[in-house]
Design a binder for this molecule. Structure first.
Ligand code: PYL
Length: 267
């Protein structure tokens, strides 16, 4: 998983309205509806939760420590979805205690390995990789006008890729996976997923979910000209030329779709 930097995310909260409009233009669905599809949660449940549940975001100092403004951006995304939210003054365990004392029903917190949304009263734990994969598959489905009986190539067969494959199956699509690590491909094949073995085969697919943590390796000649490209992976794999070729058909953000899907799944 690529560790975000303050430089990458510091303007995110100011750009949320533009992000939401762009996503709706591409997917013909509001962020709320996308999260509802990705999280498999009814709009009614989300609306009622937004009135009842207060959300806390707890800074975590473990490992490489706090990413300046990370918690603030997460809180801004939660607020954008219409929920009351605060960032705790304290960090770590004290911050969790502060959140419970201030009546939080859902707590977001992230260390270097996991980013979780916890709903203690419902004993629900939502993990960012799973929610992010589901959110981006839902967005691809919206942009493609449905995925039923269509082949979708998943780049990267790790934590996010596996979640994307599973949710693609839930949505009636055939997930196909590519990974540069033969051992990962072997594991996915053993689980019954169709795999491709070479980068040359990527251009056979016009629907792609890119879950790789590599950047700048997908060139125009490697891609189907009509590709719809959903990329939970950070940084973006597309070279600038490929980005230009796919302009208007790229679904990519650093936190937003994952956080809104985590939120609704924790409701
Ligand atoms: C959750 C993000 C999505 C992509 N990469 C993941 C990442 O950067 N994880 C590290 C998050 C550390 C947060 C830090 C803080 O500010 O509380 N512990």
């Amino acid at each position: 998983m690529t560790r975000l930097t303050t430089e990458w995310i510091k303007n995110m909260k100011n750009e949320l309205p533009e992000w939401g409009r762009g996503l709706e233009e591409m997917t013909h669905m509001s962020p709320l509806n996308l999260a509802a599809v990705g999280g498999d949660v009814s709009r009614g449940r989300i609306n009622s939760a937004s009135w009842r549940i207060k959300v806390a975001v707890v800074p975590v100092t473990q490992g490489e420590g706090i990413i300046d403004t990370f918690c603030e951006q997460v809180a801004a995304i939660v607020a954008y979805m219409g929920f009351e939210v605060f960032v705790t003054e304290q960090t770590d365990v004290w911050g969790i205690y502060e959140a419970t004392q201030k009546g939080a029903g859902i707590i977001f917190l992230a260390d270097d390995m996991y980013f979780l949304a916890l709903n203690m009263s419902k004993n629900v734990v939502v993990e960012n990789s799973d929610a992010t994969a589901r959110g981006f598959v839902a967005a691809l489905e919206g942009a493609a006008g449905g995925l039923r009986d269509r082949a979708v190539l998943v780049l990267g067969g790790g934590r996010v890729g596996k979640a994307a494959l599973s949710f693609l199956r839930c949505r009636g699509a055939e997930g196909v996976v590519f990974d540069t690590d033969p051992e990962v491909l072997k594991d996915r094949a053993a689980e019954g997923w169709r795999t491709i073995k070479t980068k040359e085969e990527i251009k056979e697919f016009d629907l792609i979910v890119d879950c790789t943590p590599e950047g700048n390796w997908l060139t125009p000649d490697m891609l189907h000209p009509d590709t719809l490209f959903a990329s939970p992976g950070v940084p973006l794999s597309l070279t600038p030329e490929a980005e230009k070729m796919l302009e208007g058909r790229i679904i990519h953000d650093l936190l937003q779709l994952g956080v809104i899907t985590m939120l609704v799944m924790a409701c």
